[in-house]
Design a protein around this ligand. Structure first.
Ligand SMILES: Nc1ncnc2c1ncn2[C@@H]1O[C@H](COP(=O)(O)OP(=O)(O)OP(=O)(O)O)[C@@H](O)[C@H]1O
Ligand SMILES: [Mg+2]
Length: 393
């Protein structure tokens, strides 16, 4: 059971240390309950309807592929109904792509000569749904046949948690800090882990990542420029992925900047409120100043797209809709057309460190689930379209 007695401490450091310890116990207990009995996350199975939708085929076509032997049967068939694992869906993509007349229909990722796409989600406003948007984008892209690397550049490790690694519990492996650190860095490939989600790999973050900020200040002017570090790390594994999705901390420090330099595209998630609008304005102004400093070193930065994404959107809230309209009037197609709708379904899923894609429709009120999933799908599809456009398709 949790300790609930009032905290008594002789100093402020002891007080904060006790608060941290109490929170740590509560968190680990919550996580152990959420992931019991083996404390690992697993991806649920997908119904035949969901699988056909993901593959972009009809249920009838899917059944025909099983009966003519062009697709192996899934392992789980209950009461005559087929259920597919993430691996089986990915395997189906490979089978179908091999016999498809339209290249890229089932595996829409890079083709020869296409450059790796690196999308950074950034905004220094805390809580603008960077991590929530990042995990939904990663899951959407992976489920749709892209090879995705998620990079957690936030020492808070939210994206890492969503990917099933609880740094609060046991986690011994290398993290992004180890690939970026100044002293004896490890190759990026050693800092990447496979996740339980097929098609999605992760470079996790731990709290120690915040050291990158101080180490960069100390090492200024020595060796490789700090802003090149992530880009070089990504280059060393670039052939393994179609898309890299970077989640950033709510700050415009060296971590966010090394991400910005590595990025081929930028998405600024923004909740439509007046405070967030003001904060986003300051953020973009500061970004411009920092980009100028980087460009003054003779580097040319080129982003395929720099777009705003409206998050926690509530169409029934009039003041927020005025801000959405203002953003669209100011920036037209630089604002992603679809929005991340504010939804209890997303909030509830995130309590368990899950995206909406990990929750089965039967576990929630159907209309709530459908609204949330349709909104995340629409955002994912639009960003996938932007990737395709960057590849000239
Ligand atoms: N569409 C949504 N509907 C409901 N709640 C949401 C939605 N998107 C995000 N949230 C909630 O908003 C909170 C902040 O989201 P999130 O952690 O993604 O923001 P962030 O920008 O990554 O925060 P930080 O700046 O701390 O990194 C979380 O509690 C999350 O569950
Ligand atoms: Mg975050």
């Amino acid at each position: 059971m949790f300790q609930t007695a009032p905290i008594e401490a002789a100093s402020q450091s002891e007080l904060t240390s006790q608060i941290a310890a109490r929170l740590h116990t509560a968190l680990t207990t919550h996580l152990q309950q959420a992931y019991a009995p083996d404390q690992r996350k697993n991806l649920r199975l997908f119904s035949a309807t969901e699988t056909a939708d993901l593959l972009g085929v009809t249920g009838q076509f899917l059944r025909k592929c099983h009966s003519d032997g062009s697709l192996p049967e899934p392992e789980v068939i209950k009461n005559g109904r087929r259920f597919y694992s993430g691996e089986e869906i990915l395997q189906a993509r490979h089978f179908l792509e091999a016999s498809s007349r339209k290249p890229g229909k089932y595996l829409p990722g890079r083709r020869e000569g296409d450059k790796l796409q690196v999308i950074q989600l950034m905004n220094f406003k805390g809580g603008s749904a960077k991590s929530t948007s990042a995990i939904h984008l990663c899951h959407y892209l992976a489920l749709n046949g892209y090879r995705v690397l998620a990079i957690d550049l936030d020492p808070q490790g939210s994206l890492t948690g969503f990917c099933g690694i609880q740094t609060e519990l046991e986690f011994e492996g290398a993290s992004i800090y180890d690939a970026l650190r100044y002293d004896d860095p490890v190759p990026m490939s050693e800092a990447i882990v496979e996740t339980y989600f097929p098609g999605l790999h992760l470079t996790p973050a731990r709290l120690v990542l915040s050291e990158f900020e101080t180490e960069t200040a100390v090492n200024a002017g020595r060796g490789v420029a700090f802003f090149e570090k992530l880009s070089l790390a990504i280059q060393s594994v670039e052939g393994d992925y179609d898309v890299v999705v970077i989640d950033s901390p709510p700050a415009l420090g060296f971590l966010t900047l090394t991400g910005l330099y590595a990025a081929t595209s930028v998405i600024v998630p923004m909740t439509p409120s007046m405070l967030d609008l003001a904060s986003t304005q300051q953020f973009v102004e500061m970004t411009s100043a920092y980009l100028g400093v980087i460009e003054d070193t003779g580097v040319k930065l080129d982003h395929d797209f720099f777009s705003f994404l409206i998050t926690r959107d509530d169409p029934s809230d009039i003041p927020s809709q005025q801000i959405v309209s203002l953003m669209r009037a100011l920036f037209q197609d630089r604002v992603v057309g679809a929005t991340g709708l504010r939804s209890t379904a997303i909030g509830d899923a995130s309590m368990l460190k899950m995206s909406i894609y990990e929750v089965a429709r039967s576990e929630m009120t159907r209309s709530t689930y459908d609204r949330a999933k349709n909104s995340m799908d629409a955002v994912g599809a639009e960003i996938a379209g932007m990737l395709q456009q960057a590849w000239g398709r």
